[in-house]
Design a protein around this ligand. Structure first.
Ligand code: ATP
Ligand code: MG
Length: 214
C-alpha cells in the first residue's frame, strides 16, 4: 500500500476528525506510514490563512474571496505536505479537501470559475478515495455544539438552510463520481462508521495483504 490519498468530507460535526484519527491508529497498527492532515490548514502558512478565514466575517461574504484564500492555503499544503508524503509512500488522510470548497462555495460563484481556482489550489492532485460522512445538518451541528470548542466559528454560525444546501452539494458530488466517493451514513454510531471505513480501505487498497482479522 503506497502513496494513497484519502480525504474525509461532510458537514460540521459529521465525525470526520473522529474517523480520521481512528483510521490513522488502525493503519499505524498495521505498520503502515500514515500522514494525517487537515484543511484549511496543514502548514504554518495554511493554518494562518485558516485563522483568517474562520475569524473574519468579511471573508465569508464573497465566494471567490473565500475560494482564493482556500486555494492559496491548499496549494501550500499540497506542495509542502501532501505531495512529499505521497512520494514517500505514505497513506495521507486529509480532513476536508477540495470537495469542501465545492460544497461550501459552490452556491456563491459560477462553477467554471470555482473549478479553475480549485485546479490551481490542488496543483491537479485528486484523492484516490473520498469518504462522504453524510447526515442531516441539524444532527451534525448539535454534535459540534456539544464539543468544548468555545466560540462557534463563522461557518458554524451560518443558517440551517445553507447547511442543507452544502449537504445537497456533497451528495451531488458523490453521485457524479461514484468511483472516488464512498457515501457513509454518519448518523450511525462511531464504531459502526469506523468499521465501514475500515472494510472499504481494506478492500480497495489492501487486497491480499490480510491483517489477520476475518
Ligand atoms: N458516529 C457518531 N455518533 C455520535 N457522535 C459522534 C459520532 N462521531 C463523532 N461524534 C462526536 O460528534 C462530535 C463531532 O465529531 P467530529 O469533531 O469528529 O466531527 P467533524 O466532522 O470533524 O466536525 P467539524 O466539521 O466541525 O470539524 C464530537 O464530539 C464527536 O465525539
Ligand atoms: Mg473536524
Amino acid at each position: 500500500m503506497r502513496g494513497v490519498f484519502i480525504t474525509f468530507e461532510g458537514g460540521e460535526g459529521a465525525g470526520k476528525s473522529t474517523q480520521v484519527r481512528r483510521l490513522a491508529l488502525l493503519l499505524e497498527s498495521y505498520g503502515l506510514s500514515v500522514t494525517v492532515t487537515r484543511e484549511p490548514g496543514g502548514t504554518p502558512l495554511a493554518e494562518a490563512i485558516r485563522g483568517l478565514i474562520l475569524t473574519h466575517e468579511a471573508a465569508s461574504e464573497d465566494g471567490l474571496t473565500q475560494a482564493l484564500l482556500f486555494a492559496a492555503a491548499r496549494r501550500d499544503h499540497v506542495l509542502r505536505v501532501i505531495r512529499p508524503a505521497l512520494a514517500a509512500g505514505h497513506i495521507v488522510l486529509c480532513d476536508r479537501f477540495a470537495d469542501s470548497t465545492r460544497a461550501y462555495q459552490g452556491s456563491k460563484m459560477p462553477e467554471a470559475e470555482l473549478e479553475q481556482v480549485i485546479a490551481l489550489g490542488t496543483d491537479g492532485l485528486k484523492p484516490d478515495l473520498t469518504f462522504l460522512l453524510d447526515l442531516p445538518p441539524e444532527v451534525g451541528l448539535e454534535r459540534a455544539r456539544s464539543r468544548f470548542t468555545g466560540v462557534e466559528d463563522t461557518f458554524e454560525r451560518s443558517n440551517l438552510g445553507f447547511h442543507r444546501e452544502v449537504r445537497r452539494r456533497f451528495l451531488a458530488l458523490a453521485e457524479a463520481e461514484p468511483a472516488r466517493f464512498v457515501h457513509i451514513d454518519a448518523s450511525r454510531d462511531e464504531a459502526h462508521v469506523a468499521e465501514t471505513i475500515r472494510s472499504v480501505v481494506r478492500a480497495k487498497f489492501m487486497a491480499g495483504q490480510g491483517d489477520g482479522e476475518r
